[in-house]
Design a protein. Sequence first.
Length: 97
Amino acid sequence: MVDFDFGKRLRDLRLQSGLTQKQLAARIGVTTSVVSFYELRERTPSPEVLAKLADVFHVSTDYLLGIDKARTIDVSGLDDDDIQLVSLMVQRLREKK
C-alpha cells in the first residue's frame, strides 16, 4: 500500500507558490470550497482538474498523484544558456548536501 497524501502535496505546492485557496480555485475553475475538499482528502479531482493543477504548479500529474516521487523543474521557454545555468545550480545544491 502506498502511503501518500494528495491533499498534503497539493497544500504544500499551493503554499510554496504563494497562492491562497481562492486564487488556486480561480486558476483551475472550481470553487474555494472544492480546493479545501481536495486538501482535506474529502474529494478527488477529475482528470481535467488534475491536468490544470499540474499546469499551475509546473509538475507532472504523476508527481501530484504520488506515482513519481521526484519533482521536476519545468524549463520550457528558457534558452539553452539558461537551462545550463539551472542544471549547474541543481548540481551544486546536490553537492552541498
